[in-house]
Ligand binder design. Structure first.
Ligand code: PLP
Length: 405
């Protein structure tokens, strides 16, 4: 029999948030070892419940959701999304510019499949949410990483972005609020990015799935209203704000000047039809979820679970010798820096594996977010305070004697 190999299209495609380190954690679990998995931002697994009204919508609509829907999504969901963005002054958005997806993930892949020819360059943040890099590579494109600067609250470095544009650059990806850093970008930075997109004729892709998870009185500023003269594709969904990652509810919205992307839109429409439609039952909750009271706000204010857990993890990590971190303003991740000289760290994946083997806690190394030096890792601070306390105590103990060979 011949050996079957994976397709050449997968050459160079990786997704380490669920990759080799996770396989090792699974192997240990199979041996009966209990592992605390802090590799994904999945609120439901840490005791965060979906709002009752959202669950009720789902139950009430089971019968009416048995069939396929329009490939872009049901009317009530897209109307609610349209209104959500009208209130934020998104330019030129009608219901036809809105696509629902099985999570934002499906739409990230679709948007890149529809755009990239072999060798087309797409600017992506570093660190990034690695699905973007993987989706670009899978589509035949070349992800070109621009630096987000830790010394400047993890904001994108505009000079670095500009220096990385070439004649092959088609688009720039923004992740705002950011995973893994928790940064929320100020208006000047967003305006700077729009300026670059104007100058070099780029499409802007803006992943704003954490737009409703902001703390400390900061405001999320969507990029689309700042760029009415550019095509902008904005992504969001309910996995995080409504704690329903398992329902797989996401959407993307094309705003601004679409006169030069008609062919791309045709491609997106075709790709959207090829998957028939996104989960219809899950789409039914969008109208209720986006309207009215946003229960996530309570989690993000002082006394709320996410806020208090962020306060704890930020202070605790900064109190561990050899670690430091910028305070996250949004979402539920932090991206601490390791003093690599002190621990002689040359391989961040090994660092994470060593911690996993000794203390049975799974983190993701900075390289998993396409960060290029071996000096960071991501913490998901969704577990409750007791678990976070145990985790930071373990980290402190681990680092007290750690040294890579
Ligand atoms: N974009 C970012 C920045 C994320 O962090 C995630 C999930 O962690 C996603 C997209 C995917 O979300 P979804 O559950 O909607 O597929």
């Amino acid at each position: 029999m011949r050996d079957f190999e994976k397709s050449g299209k997968l050459e160079g495609v990786s997704y380490d948030v669920r990759g080799p380190v996770v396989e090792e954690a699974d192997r240990m679990q199979d041996e009966g070892i209990s592992i605390l998995k802090l590799n994904t931002g999945n609120p439901a697994t840490f005791g965060f419940e979906a709002p009752n009204e959202v669950v009720r919508d789902l139950i009430m609509n089971v019968r009416s959701s048995e069939g396929y829907s329009d490939s872009k999504g049901i009317f009530s969901a897209r109307k609610a999304i349209e209104q959500y963005y009208q209130l934020q002054d998104f330019p030129e958005v009608s219901i036809n510019d809105i696509y629902t997806g099985n999570g934002v993930s499906e739409l990230i892949t679709m948007s890149m499949q529809g755009l990239c020819d072999n060798g087309d360059e797409i600017l992506v943040p570093m660190p990034d949410y690695p699905l973007w890099t993987a989706a670009i590579s899978l589509a035949g494109g070349k992800p070109v990483h621009y630096v987000c600067d830790e010394a400047s609250e993890w904001n994108p470095d505009l000079a670095d972005i500009r220096s990385k544009v070439t004649s092959k650059t088609k688009a720039i990806v923004m992740i705002n609020p950011n995973n893994p850093t928790g940064a929320v970008y100020p208006k000047e930075i967003l305006e700077g990015v729009v300026e670059i997109a104007r100058e070099f004729d780029l499409i802007i892709f803006s992943d704003e799935i954490y737009d409703r998870l902001i703390m400390d009185g900061y405001t999320h500023i969507p990029i689309a209203p700042l760029a009415p003269d550019r095509p902008v594709v904005t992504f969001s969904g309910l996995s995080k704000s409504h704690r329903v990652a398992g329902f797989r509810v996401g959407w993307m919205v094309i705003s601004g000047d679409k006169s030069h992307i008609k062919d791309y839109i045709e491609g997106l429409n075709m790709l959207s039809s090829m998957r028939l439609c996104s989960n219809v039952l899950s789409q039914q909750v969008i109208q209720t979820a986006l309207g009215g009271y946003q229960s996530v706000d309570d989690l993000l204010l002082p006394g709320g679970r996410i806020y208090e857990q962020r306060e704890y993890i930020y202070n605790a990590i900064n109190n561990i010798d050899g670690l430091s971190a910028v305070k996250p303003k949004a979402a539920f991740y932090m991206f601490p820096k390791i003093d690599t000289k002190r621990f002689n760290i040359v391989d961040d994946e090994q660092f994470v594996l060593d911690f996993l083997h000794e203390y049975h806690v799974l983190l993701v190394h900075g390289g998993g977010f396409n960060w290029q030096s071996p000096d960071h890792f991501r913490v998901v601070y969704l577990p409750n305070l007791d678990v976070l306390k145990q985790t930071t105590a373990k980290m402190s103990e681990f680092l007290a004697t750690y040294r890579q060979k």
